[in-house]
Write a new protein. Sequence first.
Length: 202
Amino acid sequence: MLFRSRSRTELARLEVDKAEALLDEAGWIDRDGDGIRDTEIEGRVVPFRFTVLCDRQPLHLAAAALLQECLLRVGVQCSVRTVDSQSALALLRDRDFEACLVSWGGGVDPDSAADRWSSTGSQNDCGYVNHDVDRLFAEGRRERDRDRRAEIYGRIHDILAEDQPCTWLVWQQDARGVARRVARSEEHTSELQSRQYLVCRL
């Protein structure tokens, strides 16, 4: 987003010991010694395994491989299902996945993120619903004062960081050039996009 939180939201860190402790506390332990955690659900032992959907873009594949490696360190088995981009979009629309690794490019104005994070957003593949976020997007859309807008969208940033409707993995900042002869280029920024890589889960 263009306006980040002023509270300097703490980034998630790789803390293997803490992750293992949380999994133990939740009852996910390796009962049979195969290296994969499991738990008992309705009298049946269920291993902690899931499949992440991923298209064939090289950066996505690299991120999926890293995800597998990190999860295995704490006893969680993640399989990767690779499909072409069009198939991935169809599966996302139908919400036919356990987890998915996707990228998203947003416009410079933070209101462009409403498509993904408002409850009625056309790209809300995770099914995320938070009525405070809906209300803040509506307020931000109406507000003309830049500092006030910054505060509103910063609050959305904080809520998303707390709720974690997805797990942000990589932020790729694109650099674009604009010729000097282009007048008032700051008003024509809809095509200047940054790209986020994230994992959504249902």
